[in-house]
Design a protein around this ligand. Structure first.
Ligand SMILES: [Zn+2]
Length: 443
């Protein structure tokens, strides 16, 4: 393998310059930038385009199929989204360079998409092009799936690709999508730890409404409609859904235990959920990995200070952990706040299933260790955000949400934020990872 990193970096810079913004509604999507990316891929990766069958799905999404002569196991699938989020108007002058210039300075590529996630797309295209150049023959089917509306839910892009795969009866062995990265400060542990997302939380926006008697506020009842919904809000904060100590959390903590400070590890018995609860009770990030979280985010009362609200409402954003469901959440809410309220489920999605942590998981772990020898550990975790890979739940048992790049907590803020960037060495790590994955998967 002979990675020409300057060339690969130039490729990432080029595709960052294609301003590929998307939209929730199909009718509002400008497909021109996506079609430009299609053309760019064709010109940049000729061997891939000689070898693979390329299908355009629902105008802008791409499905690449590399058929093996004889396949020994279920297919391997790499996925990415071509769309990026826009730059917030108010932060434009905080960018070092224009977000869509793809400027390269001191072996760093700047721009929207450098980390989320044109880097990953470029990394697996570079790796596969190199593998083909090196004469790679596949003994399994390989797929690439590129969506165009992940940042808006993925319903027109990735969801349609998966529908197409389902119609053709295709099952996938392993999916690799964006998600966790190689982080340097997991639970305060110094050194490199790979975080592999094996499931993702669902969510629900629930509007809770109470009725009241309107009128002037000079002779109010004890509880106004707004007072009632505020009480409901405070009850929901106090009585959260119980924690679920899943196998994912157990595996994560058991792997990390040797690296944790004694004062934490000695108290942390993952088989005792009371102890786990006591340790994580005050850690918002750990709390989010263990339970359905409750965030009261909006409230509406009367239009004036001296008017009683005849109706009042709050909005609560729940993030549902695998193990809970939308149904169990609604039951929980009713039990906690009573039946004096009207509940309206506004948007929601169920949590994903949990991917298996078997030999396919170990193969991934092994591959990360091979390309990143300084790695301390690779651990599974629950993704708190949503990705396009949830659409594969029905046709794949091993969906791993992992980007093979080093990313500190500080750098994480540049994603959807200001001065998003990628170092050459990280791009190289990504390319080596996908190249190695192609070698290891067939074994
Ligand atoms: Zn993304």
């Amino acid at each position: 393998m002979n990675i020409k990193i300057e060339e690969a970096a130039k490729h990432l810079s080029e595709v960052i310059q294609i301003k590929s913004l998307s939209s929730r509604n199909y009718e509002e999507i400008d497909f021109e930038p996506f079609l430009k990316i299609h053309q760019w891929l064709k010109e940049t990766y000729p061997l891939i385009h000689q070898r693979a069958k390329v299908e355009v799905i629902n105008t802008g999404a791409l499905l690449y199929t590399f058929k093996a002569k004889e396949s020994k196991k279920l297919p391997l699938l790499f996925m990415a989204h071509m769309d990026v989020v826009p730059v917030d108007e108010e932060t434009v002058d905080q960018w070092k360079f224009d977000a869509f210039s793809g400027t390269i300075e001191n072996r760093i590529i700047y721009g929207r998409g450098a980390k989320d996630m044109k880097n990953q797309m470029v990394a697996f295209f570079e790796a596969t092009e190199l593998a083909l150049k090196d004469g790679k023959e596949f003994d399994y089917d390989l797929y690439f799936c590129l969506g165009y509306d992940e940042e808006n839910g993925g319903r027109n892009g990735m969801a349609k690709i998966v529908e197409h795969l389902k119609q053709n009866g295709i099952k996938i062995g392993t999916v690799i999508d964006e998600g966790g990265t190689i982080s340097n400060n997991v639970m305060g542990i110094p050194g490199n730890i790979a975080l592999i997302g094996v499931c993702e939380k669902g969510f629900a926006n629930v509007k809770i409404t109470a009725q009241g008697i309107g009128g002037h506020s000079s002779m109010p009842p004890i509880h106004t409609a707004l007072g009632k919904v505020c009480k409901a809000a405070s009850l929901l904060e106090e009585q959260q859904m119980p924690i679920i100590v899943s196998d994912v959390f157990k595996e994560m903590m058991n792997t990390l235990k040797p690296f944790l400070p004694d004062e934490i590890s000695s108290h942390l018995d993952v088989n005792d959920s009371k102890k786990v609860e006591a340790v994580v009770a005050n850690m918002a990030s750990a709390n989010a990995l263990l339970r359905t979280t409750t965030a009261v985010t909006m409230a509406l009362g009367s239009p004036a200070p001296n008017v009683l609200p005849s109706i009042a409402s709050i909005m609560v954003n729940f993030r549902i952990i695998p193990g809970d469901s939308i149904d169990s959440l609604i039951n929980h809410i009713s039990e906690v706040i009573g039946d004096d309220f009207e509940l309206e489920l506004q948007q929601c999605s169920e949590p994903s299933k949990i991917s298996k942590m078997d030999e396919e998981y170990q193969l991934l772990q092994q591959t990360i260790k091979e390309v990143c020898p300084e790695l301390k550990a690779a651990v599974p975790f629950v993704m708190v955000g949503a990705t396009d890979s949830k659409y594969f739940d029905d046709i794949c048992d091993h969906i791993y949400k992992f980007g093979p790049f080093k990313c500190s907590e500080e750098e994480l803020k540049t994603i959807h934020g200001v001065n998003e960037f990628l170092r050459f060495e990280d791009l190289e790590l990504g390319i080596r990872f996908f190249y190695q994955m192609l070698q290891n998967y067939g074994k």
